[in-house]
Design a binder for this molecule. Structure first.
Ligand SMILES: Nc1nc2c(ncn2[C@@H]2O[C@H](COP(=O)(O)OP(=O)(O)OP(=O)(O)O)[C@@H](O)[C@H]2O)c(=O)[nH]1
Ligand SMILES: [Zn+2]
Length: 343
């Protein structure tokens, strides 16, 4: 109806007639819903409370009932009403969630049909992987890559602990994918990484002990205090949330994901993975429906093109690896931390 669609700003003839007739409260005088709402960005979520940055003031808000069961996640741009002072014990209300430019999703595991959005509106996925202690986990990196391609985020490989081991083997593995990467050590500089992060919204993922917190702390000093001991949403008590947490960084955001140890990929189809390989996707269109594109797949056009020698063998191997990373157990479950002397 025009009344609501126009946001109440425009009166049409119908409105005027209603007004002229008088009687009970004219509907036109009803304000458009939440016309005073202010835009904010969700920086943390904890048990039904949303920390939003509204005009640089951190405000704690709840979800308005009219939003129903729809999720609100870190990175969401939302409209907020109510007490926006940010004073302790005030509670504002999120009344709208703006359309998301991207959604990073996962399922709890590969058999879980329910996918969850972890972060909204991110541009980049920083995949943190240690070169030693714990040993590199290409499988984890592959799964993160698949999740990044699915979400339309640019992957950025961050290889930590270069003081302990050489990055050569990992770089060889990922070279065919043409990923941007950073090799990091405790006394090495971070300027190049900073430049890659500036102005973007970057989600950091990594399995336990790879040095993700150390890295985020180096980039945003003081994070430890804010995250480690204080509830990220209420600013009081112990931090118990395992949700993501957005930290302002040089015109963009660093989004830490303490609770995300794995990416269930049940929601991602093989077609979506192939689509991430622009040079191979066209060839794969000639494959029979449901083709696995593995070496033993009957009448696989990718295999045929490979046999003719027309393809980059390493790209094909990488595609096959990512396709098979969708299947089977994820070996980086929180219940099963990788072996290593840390912690
Ligand atoms: N040698 C070396 N050790 C590092 C480096 N970065 C981090 N560490 C150590 O690795 C251990 C794990 O680092 P964290 O930053 O806690 O790792 P995390 O990825 O946040 O792991 P969680 O705390 O489980 O989330 C700590 O003992 C760090 O001091 C590095 O570049 N080189
Ligand atoms: Zn095929």
């Amino acid at each position: 109806m025009s009344r609501t669609r126009g946001g109440g700003r425009h009166l049409d003839e119908d409105d005027i007639r209603v007004r002229a007739r008088g009687g009970s409260k004219p509907r036109t005088r009803k304000r458009p819903k939440h016309e005073n709402a202010v835009e904010g960005l969700v920086t943390a979520v904890d048990r039904g409370r949303y920390r939003c940055l509204v005009a640089d003031v951190p405000v704690v808000a709840m979800k308005a009932r009219e939003l129903g069961r729809g999720s609100i996640v870190v990175g969401d741009r939302v409209d907020v009403v109510g007490d926006l002072s940010g004073r302790p014990d005030t509670l504002a209300r999120v009344v709208r969630v703006r359309e998301r430019a991207s959604v990073l999703r996962r399922t709890a595991d590969d058999t879980d049909p329910v996918e969850r959005v972890i972060v909204a509106n991110a541009d980049q996925l920083a995949i943190v992987c240690a070169l030693a202690d714990p040993a590199p986990q290409p499988r984890f990196v592959d799964r993160c890559l698949v999740a990044a391609y699915d979400a339309g985020l640019e992957p950025l490989l961050c290889l930590t602990k270069a003081d302990l081991a050489s990055p050569d083997e990992m770089l060889r593995t990922y070279k065919p994918l043409g990923l941007p990467y950073e090799v990091l050590s405790p006394d090495g500089g971070l300027d190049e990484l900073r430049a890659r992060l500036a102005g973007k919204s970057t989600v950091f993922v990594g399995s336990s002990g790879v040095g993700k917190s150390t890295l985020v702390n180096r980039l945003v000093p003081g994070t430890d205090r804010a995250v480690g001991h204080v509830n990220a949403v209420t600013g009081r008590g112990r931090h118990t949330s395992t949700s993501a947490l957005a930290l302002p960084f040089e015109g963009g955001w660093l989004i830490d994901t303490p609770g995300v140890r794995s990416f269930g990929l049940a929601h991602i189809s093989p077609e979506e993975i192939v689509a991430g390989f622009h040079d191979l996707a066209e060839i794969a269109e000639e494959c029979p429906p449901g083709c696995t594109h593995q070496p033993d797949a009957p009448e696989c056009a990718v295999e045929a093109a490979q046999a003719r020698g027309g393809l980059d063998a390493e790209r094909v191997a990488s595609l096959r690896r990512l396709l098979s990373s969708r299947e089977g157990e994820d070996d980086t479950d929180p219940e099963q931390p990788p072996p290593g002397p840390h912690h």
